[in-house]
Design a protein around this ligand. Structure first.
Ligand SMILES: [Mn+2]
Length: 340
């Protein structure tokens, strides 16, 4: 079954919501995917809707190519996620959560392209840079998180909610809003969070598990990373660097660096914070944060990445000194354009 090849666009959120609800109710078996380098928004969204639909009698397969690392393994139901799939499996539809682009989907190597040739691909996301790659697109850049959109979907479908579902939606919202501290936190975010607490969610517990759970190795890595902290453009750009050697030396996990970019972001006068993490000999990942008006998604898109106004990223390969120089120059240029 093919629903439609026409992207439904951003202005038709409610029409899209209704069409997707019908499709979810009609179908029997669904494949859920999220992005590479999974985060709690993608995984929490997938697990929440997965459980809600399982309770409603549907069969859900949650696929993430790479094994989940802590703290994502603390999300309830994460042990049901599979890491591989046969090409001949049949599904009513494939749902992609929190993916701004089809290339970002984890498991692209695992026949997903073959599966989506015959069934609708449903794109559920909140990135402003979303490419509306789905046959159906439920994209709301004003939503704090994909989790918040998923909760709307659960509501619209009338699926029942239990504590486990609520915890996963809450985890998605809490991590994507930096515990309700980023400017994507809106009245609707708090309203949704309050409703989730009615199902028994304990915000402190999710905060403890997902936001503060440093390991000793992770803290040692932070100590090394802080030694690299450097500032450019009169202190407006702060950069932290983590090499593969540092990760090896401390025994930390790459996922331990997830909140490191906050340290340059915390510094007075910093407008753009960046964490550069080495992922291979000549490969690097940039995580960007904006403290003010600078749109870091714009900077990331110059390097083939994407994200949100205040949080974005990109991956790149080459000589790190020249990439870093180009990054600083482009950031300074966009900073000056924004300041005008
Ligand atoms: Mn997200």
């Amino acid at each position: 079954m093919k629903f439609s090849n026409e992207p439904t666009g951003l202005s038709t959120f409610d029409a899209s919501l209704n069409a997707i609800v019908s499709l979810l109710k009609e179908g029997k078996r669904f494949l859920f995917v999220s992005h590479q380098d999974p985060d709690a928004d993608g995984i929490g969204s997938m697990l929440a809707l997965g459980r809600a639909m399982s309770i409603a009698g549907k069969e859900i397969v949650c696929l993430v190519e790479e094994p989940l690392l802590p703290p994502l393994t603390l999300l309830t139901g994460s042990d049901n996620i599979v890491h591989t799939i046969d090409a001949d499996q049949e599904f009513s539809a494939v749902l992609a959560f929190d993916c701004s682009d089809v290339d970002r989907i984890s498991g692209s190597a695992l026949h997903i392209d073959k599966i989506v040739r015959d069934v609708p691909l449903i794109n559920i996301d909140h990135h402003i840079t979303n490419r509306l790659f789905g046959d159906m697109n439920l994209v709301d850049p004003l939503s704090s998180s994909t989790g918040e959109i998923v909760f709307k979907l659960i509501d619209a479908a009338g699926f029942s909610v239990d504590r486990e579902i609520a915890e996963n939606v809450f985890a998605a919202i809490q991590t994507d809003t930096g515990s309700f501290a980023y400017d994507n936190t809106r009245i609707s975010t708090f309203n949704t969070a309050a409703r989730l607490m009615d199902y028994g969610v304990k915000p402190w517990k999710i905060y403890r598990n997902l936001m503060t759970g440093y390991t000793v190795a992770g803290l040692k890595l932070l100590r090394l990373a802080l030694g690299t902290l450097d500032f450019f453009c009169d202190g407006k750009i702060g950069i932290l660097y983590v090499s593969s050697d540092m990760i090896r030396e401390t025994g930390a996990l790459p996922s331990d660096t997830q909140r490191f970019v906050d340290y340059p972001r915390f510094v007075e006068g910093v407008e753009i914070a960046a964490l550069i993490r080495q992922t291979d000999e000549r490969a690097y990942k940039f995580s960007l944060r904006s403290n003010g008006n600078v749109d870091v998604a714009k900077i990331a898109s110059l390097f083939g990445g994407g994200g949100h106004h205040k949080a974005a990223g990109f991956a790149c390969e080459g000589d790190i000194d020249s990439i870093k120089m180009r990054f600083i120059n482009e950031s300074a240029r966009i900073f000056n354009e924004t300041a005008d």
